[in-house]
Design a protein around this ligand. Sequence first.
Ligand code: NAP
Ligand code: F7E
Length: 348
Amino acid sequence: MGVKRALITGIRGQDGAYLAKFLLEKGYEVIGGDRRSSDGDYWRLKALGIDKEVKIVYLDLLELTNIMRVIDKYKPDEVYNLAAQSFVQASFEQPLLTSEVNALGVLRILEALRVFMPEVRFYQASTSELFGKVQAIPQDENTPFYPRSPYGVSKLFAFWITKNYREAYGMFAVNGILFNHESPLRGLEFVTRKITYGLARIKYGLQDKIILGNLEAKRDWGYAPEYVEAMWLMLQADTPEDYVVATGETHSVREFVEIAAEVCGFQLVWKGKGTEERGIDQKTGKTIIEISSEFYRPAEVDILLGNPRKIYEKLGWKPRTSFRELVQIMMEADLKLVSSQVRAHRTL
Ligand code: NAP
Ligand code: F7E
């Protein structure tokens, strides 16, 4: 068999970059679908040193004819649909756009594949947000869904339409139900990166504090480069099935802040309650964390905790990075990044 060709939608995102690197290392030819934007900087691909190796094509999930042309032209062996409006908070402000991209966008791809390449292997980026107001702890492949945001609801449609195309047309179409996964390439608006980048900037005197929302929310946080490997394994399996991908541990936003602050060298103490609570650095007496209702969600997902037993038993995947190591990796990367930004600014 010749070189395998993979099409990754959402190539500019965190997972797009890590998956592209992983597949290139496996000898794949990687086609990266990118919705056009005025900003041509593929910073994540550059950070991984693969910006020259990925063939970028315009691919917007809102445009069926665009999807059809790309699939017909490149005829990929595997399609990884990672493109999405992926920020839960924004989905409350842009529910229609979120649904157009995350729900109907998936159907557009599946229809194009059904017409041009029904033999393709298709991966859909499903999410632990499907469990939302959780009906069981921990959550596995049999736990009923109860999404709590327009994002979660849009992904519910995507989950079922993927399963439906598998059952109705015999397509190799699978859902990876991935719990939160983070890295130094995470977008700055997600809470983990907001904390590590914000603390690094405080450390270097570039900002005074970080303003957060609900510190009690708990998530099952894993390390993104390991999660893209799980996506690939699902498409190499003998039969198309859906899998939960998680660490099997849950931690609060508060714990994330505390470990990140410690790695950064702050001595964090908490004072007050609710939106009046403050995180103070004991060494300087300065407030470095504040709380604002602006960052609370209209409907919150209080706790996510996944059970990855099925993927371990059937495909041999398991997480390798602990929660503390993840926070440390992200905090150290942001300290390095901000330090280089400060140096670059000084030499201007
Ligand atoms: P991400 O960093 O937000 O990347 C998503 C990418 O989708 C972005 O590059 C974005 O383009 C692109 N996109 C948005 N609208 C599009 C459209 N209309 N057409 C084509 N591309 C579009 O997200 P991620 O963290 O890598 O996550 C990858 C996928 O996994 C997403 O589907 C997400 O919902 C899902 N997921 C993520 C997690 C997680 O913890 N990271 C967990 C479960 C599931 P721009 O760069 O131009 O904005
Ligand atoms: O929020 C709380 C917030 O925005 C995590 C996406 O990749 O994972 C991600 O969705 C928690 C929530 O991620 C702030 O209320 C507190 O409880 O980092 P997040 P998310 O909503 O879990 C899932 C699996 C996906 O599929 C999504 O695509 O942190 N929180 N204070 C805050 N969150 C943010 N963003 N900002 C705060 O200031």
